[in-house]
Design a protein around this ligand. Structure first.
Ligand code: SF4
Ligand code: SF4
Length: 234
């Protein structure tokens, strides 16, 4: 996103719509920090600029990755959004079978954001611990070697509001993956939250809960059924 300085009157109305505080008003003109800007287009979509001074510019690789991951109107390689659709509709898709757990690492947040370099630190952890990356996920599409978790080097400095890594692991490797992710947190220049998905046993127990309990890992359990959502076969 750029500002047409000829048009801008420095009113500052656009600033509060930027989720990463990339816009400052300097000498009565809006200035966008191009390193912080995630190309989400929120500032322009808000339609608050009285002079129509905010302008999208055509993006090329690698910067286009920012909008692919941060602009909610972007559909990239058939994936609309940041992922987790398949995780959250397990009651419909049955993706997670008995004996397996799903893990999602949600990296970055509004006001924090994340670089692909930080996302790669976690994809590498998963690769070292036998995780299988979800196909229908934008971050997976940026991984050039799933055996190492290596992301395309040309995009590592690109910044996105957030990115979600989604994997499946055999249930007996859940604990080592979670512990390795927590250990890697110190290397990150962003924040993340961790989701674990595992279907209940018929008697109501849950293998993931037992593993996390034994490992002393705190969590907040949630049951989830997406009534009426998910795929419809015609
Ligand atoms: S495109 Fe998004 S990140 Fe960039 S200045 Fe506008 S609101 Fe901020
Ligand atoms: S809303 Fe428009 S005129 Fe006001 S500071 Fe932002 S770019 Fe400039």
């Amino acid at each position: 996103m750029i500002v047409d300085a000829e048009k801008c009157v420095g009113c500052g109305m656009c600033r509060i719509y930027c989720p990463v505080s990339a816009i400052q008003v300097v000498n009565k003109k809006a200035v966008i920090d191009q390193d912080l800007c995630t190309e989400c287009a929120n500032c322009q979509r808000a339609k608050v600029c009285p002079r129509d001074a905010l302008q999208k510019v055509p993006l090329t690789w690698p910067r286009v990755v920012r909008s692919q991951m941060s602009d909610v109107t972007t559909v990239y390689r058939g994936v609309n959004g940041r992922g987790t659709e398949e995780m959250k509709t397990n009651d419909v898709t049955g993706r997670f079978k008995k004996g397996y757990a799903g893990i999602a690492v949600e990296m970055g947040r509004p006001q924090v954001s994340s670089t692909l370099r930080d996302l790669e630190k976690m994809t590498k952890v998963f690769a070292q611990h036998g995780a299988e990356f979800e196909d229908c996920n934008p971050i997976t599409s940026y991984i050039v070697d799933r055996s190492t978790g290596k992301i395309d080097p040309s995009i590592l400095d690109e910044r996105v509001i957030s990115g979600i890594i989604e994997v499946t692991v055999p249930i007996d490797r859940l604990q080592e993956n979670v512990e390795a992710l927590i250990a890697a947190a110190d290397q990150l220049d962003t924040v993340f939250s961790l989701d674990v998905v595992c279907v209940n046993n018929e008697d109501g127990t849950n293998d993931a809960r037992e593993i996390l309990d034994k490992a002393g890992i705190w969590y907040r359990p949630n049951g989830k059924n997406n009534v009426g959502l998910g795929h419809v076969d015609k």
